[in-house]
Write a protein that binds this ligand. Sequence first.
Ligand code: AMP
Length: 281
Amino acid sequence: MYRVKSRIELQEKLEKLRSSPCAIGFVPTMGALHAGHISLIKKAKAENRFVVASVFVNPTQFNNAEDLQKYPRMPEEDAALLNEAGCDLLWMPEFDDVYSGFPEYNYQLGELETILEGKFRPGHFKGVAQVVGLLMEAIKPDNSYFGIKDFQQVKVIEQVVKKRGFSTNVIACPIVREPDGLAMSSRNLLLNPEERKAASNIPLWLNEAKRRVMALESIPGVLESIKKKIGSESLFKLEYLEIRNAENLDEVKEIIPNKHYVILFAAWCGKIRLIDNLLIP
Ligand code: AMP
């Protein structure tokens, strides 16, 4: 695996590749890699001749200075895991390698910026759009891989690709979970043992909600009763629990068979903010 830092080094490596017909798959990450990230690398490797991963903790997408400062960083472990998973090129830029010399693109993301994550993390998706736009512009991948762990983010990326006219396929990949069902996340490393134990309730709540709405219980009634359960767990402070249309994230009043929905969750567990979601059906 090649490892580069500057945009110039990146470009040199990519130029050599582009002279041969060779599909490039791209997996952007913020590091502290786990099996969820590695599943994206493996899928990219199975579908492309060459896989590029980036590890960059992007400050512009953090709306909370403490969250940015606490975000786990372990570049050497990340590089070893990527190498083992078959990644071909790792780009580990500094801030200026990504941003310097490039004008800010004015992304208008519409409702995506005001609902769910957009509502609770003002400015977050502008930062995500900005960085992914710059990374894609530098790498020009044929295929780009994202986890639906960040469900709304995938919708944002689709907008970025459309607005910028990039010719990359956005490939949405399933959530990888711990044995107890907790969605893997770099932030799980920051949970203390008591918080980690409490966090294992999240997939239980989501699965219960799914089971009940699929049995055609009313959506408001189900959400109300699950919110009560969450409220009785003292470590949790819920931000949202919603059921939306999985195609466009529109609000929904009832489940119609054969249509696709998603239950979306965000809460603070102690001082750590966790998100998760579950597709219906
Ligand atoms: P991050 O490093 O958190 O920015 O995540 C980088 C990519 O990995 C994003 O596309 C995430 O959605 C994806 N990802 C994070 N956690 C998981 C997971 N548990 N399963 C699958 N993909 C994930």
